[in-house]
Design a binder for this molecule. Structure first.
Ligand SMILES: *Cc1c(COP(=O)(O)O)cnc(C)c1O
Length: 393
């Protein structure tokens, strides 16, 4: 740990809490639900804001076969942390990156003939001897990346001319599976299945995979050899009968208390004015931590197991809460996301107020907030907040 910071008693005014035990239970629940098919857990974007390395380690402990990330850099962070499991990079590859994919045994997504050509050129230039694991991405309706079925023949012929290109997987991505009634999803799955019938003969050992969270939960015919649920694994999948639990909370401690007279404007621009004498507490978290400014005068927080409104504009580092005639003290815990007593503040609720989805709210929380990881009896902090420090216990 960095000398300067390690000697400073660091009080955590606001922090993210992640329950790794629950995360592992979520993975076990998904594994049962898909009848023990292979699991690939997407942990892109800092594991949906939960923290890349601790989540990756927990997923490996829970026995997942694959981790998926978006780009080379995320994959290298995992390898640097001694995570040895199979890693699929879903996103783009660039010619000058190929050697890193090879050296670090990363599975490459091939979504066009041109990309297969880069890989072959890099392989030849590097004089490599071990085969390269590739997953061919097929376009079936997302219109993002992936080779069209009608032009895939040329790609597969090219691959077969280069035996060191080892087809480990073949996959596609569902565009509308979060809607359980989506007939388009059924069409996408059927398209892939009929393609698979032929492709399985050519690559009998390849892993065929399709299902994101929606595919996993709503479309069992999409389970195939492996599923790739992200939101579902993190507990953000809104259903009447949730299969998994959220594992993410945001907490803070009240930093200031005061009584304010009637008619006083609160925070920047005085967009909130007290309608009576009331008690206002200040909470040391703001949009600089990723707590969205759009929640000004709309969001609520939990104190002593009760909901209270955020009043006035949310500042970069602080926000104000009106507790009316109730009592609260400096140092009391505030829950901005998560549970306190019997009351819950869900990410879905915040997402709704901001006009977005829970994943976007999650990934917006940033590294200024330290993470507290809970795993049964074990807890540990990660402070990325202060660059140069690492985790402590
Ligand atoms: C992000 C992603 C997933 C996971 O999506 P969720 O909706 O979070 O389950 C699966 N597959 C690919 C290719 C992705 O990009």
């Amino acid at each position: 740990m960095n000398e300067l910071y390690s000697s400073v008693p660091y009080e955590h005014p606001a922090w993210i809490e992640v329950d790794l035990k629950k995360f592992k239970e979520n993975i076990a629940a998904i594994r049962d639900y898909v009848n023990h098919k292979k699991l690939c857990i997407p942990i892109k974007a800092n594991a949906y804001g939960h923290g890349l390395i601790p989540i990756a380690k927990a997923a490996v402990e829970a026995g997942v076969e694959y981790l998926a990330v978006s780009c080379l850099q995320e994959a290298l962070l995992l390898r640097r942390a001694n995570i040895h499991c199979a890693i699929l990079v879903l996103g783009p590859i660039y010619p000058n990156q190929i050697e890193y994919f090879l050296k670090h045994n990363l599975d490459i997504t091939i979504s066009s003939l041109a990309k297969a050509q880069y890989v072959v050129n890099a392989f030849n230039a590097l004089n490599y001897s071990t085969p390269i694991k590739i997953h061919v991405e097929i376009e079936t309706g997302m219109q993002r990346t992936g080779v069209r079925i009608d032009s895939s023949q040329a790609l597969f012929d090219f691959i077969d001319q280069h035996p060191f290109l080892y087809v480990t997987g073949v996959y596609t991505h569902l565009a509308t599976a979060d809607d359980r009634h989506s007939t388009f999803t059924i069409r996408q799955i059927q398209l892939f299945l009929s393609f698979m019938e032929q492709a399985k003969k050519r690559y009998p050992r390849a892993i065929f995979h399709v299902a994101n969270s929606g595919g996993t939960y709503y479309f069992p015919q999409a389970h195939l050899d492996m599923v790739r649920p992200g939101k579902l694994a993190f507990g953000y999948y809104v259903t009447e009968h949730p299969l998994t639990q959220p594992i993410f909370s945001i907490k803070a401690r009240i930093s200031y208390f005061k009584v304010v007279e009637k008619g006083m404007g609160i925070s920047y621009l005085h967009q909130f004015v007290t309608s009576k004498k009331t008690r206002i507490v200040t909470v040391p978290i703001g949009y600089g931590d990723g707590y969205r400014r759009a929640l000004s005068n709309k969001g609520e927080v939990l104190i002593n197991g009760k909901r209270y409104p955020i009043v006035g504009i949310i500042c970069m580092d602080q926000l104000m809460v009106d507790i009316g005639d109730d009592s609260a003290y400096v140092g009391d815990e505030v829950v901005l996301v998560g549970q306190q007593g019997n009351e819950k503040m869900t990410l879905e609720e915040l997402a709704e107020l901001c006009g977005t989805v829970s994943s976007e709210i999650l990934v917006n929380f940033n590294e200024r907030l330290p993470h507290l990881y809970l795993d049964g009896e074990n807890t540990h902090w990660e402070f990325n907040i202060l660059k140069g420090t690492t985790s402590n216990s």
